[in-house]
Write a protein that binds this ligand. Structure first.
Ligand code: IPE
Ligand code: IPE
Ligand code: MG
Length: 243
């Protein structure tokens, strides 16, 4: 689809959901669903960035996902580990800056080192920003930011009276602009602890499609829907009111 005349969102966030159901309904293992999810993510991300959308955040593993079986968690961990090199190559090819959001605890040293390498090697690209949320929780992010703020107040680096939304944003895992369009695939209509601060004025879109099948045409539909939304941010468009 041609996006050139559309007002596209600056920041798109995606909750990658439905990998397990996609697989189960096809008689495949949940692991196969996660594999297909990763494959689709690469294609979809390249497509979205090609449409002049600058920021993409994706939710791949939550702080709560550790509640799943050991087998499933370790499969997702090894899938990510295997994919990190691919992610690095992809970011170089497409000139994407990749950043990771989430807690470091419970992640293997090998994974953390690979994440750091990707961030370091791609840090100078600034047209496309890919925020990968892994071992991420919205509550955890707010708590972690608050701890850093208290620390800086205690050591005199921050004057509490100057703390406002903009300053708070800088203490989050990444200093990103607000999310404009938040998509959750699979039909579930909830945030599941995803980017609570950044989604405050996002437009939500909940397609029924499972993530491995959420393709370019499906994304186009999300954008068409987004362009129809009336974003008021608490204000009123008096020119289009009758009284
Ligand atoms: C999303 O797919 C990926 C993760 C949360 C890790 P799910 O694994 O949640 O798939 P469903 O929701 O069980 O179908
Ligand atoms: C949210 O999906 C987390 C990610 C997509 C990474 P879940 O499948 O874990 O969420 P719930 O359990 O349905 O709320
Ligand atoms: Mg799910």
């Amino acid at each position: 689809m041609d996006y050139s005349k559309l007002k596209v969102p600056n920041h798109v966030a995606i909750i990658v959901d439905g990998n397990g159901r996609w697989a189960t309904e096809k008689g495949k293992s949940r692991s196969e669903g996660h594999k297909q999810g990763f494959l689709n993510l690469k294609k979809l991300t390249a497509y979205i960035f090609s449409k002049n959308i600058k920021y993409i955040s994706v939710y791949l593993f939550s702080t709560e996902n550790f509640k799943r079986s050991k087998g499933e968690v370790s499969f997702i961990m090894s899938l990510l580990t295997d994919q990190l090199n691919e992610i690095l190559n992809f970011c170089h090819e497409e000139k994407i800056k990749a950043v990771f959001s989430g807690r470091k605890e419970h992640l293997a040293k090998k994974v953390l080192e690979a994440m750091q390498k990707i961030e370091e090697e791609t840090k100078n690209y600034d047209d496309k920003i890919f925020n990968i949320c892994f071992n991420y929780g919205g509550h955890a992010e707010i708590i972690d930011a608050t701890k850093k703020i208290v620390e800086d107040v205690q050591n005199g680096k921050l004057n509490i009276d100057t703390l406002d939304e903009q300053t708070y944003n800088k203490y989050l895992y990444q200093n990103l602009p607000p999310v404009d369009l938040m998509i959750r695939t699979s039909g579930e209509q909830r945030l599941s602890n995803f980017m609570l601060w950044q989604n405050s004025y996002a437009e939500f879109y909940f397609p029924k499609t499972y993530f491995p099948d959420f393709d370019e045409q499906q994304f186009d539909k999300a954008i068409i829907e987004y362009t129809k939304r009336d974003r008021r941010f608490g204000g009123i468009d008096y020119e289009n009111q009758n009284n």
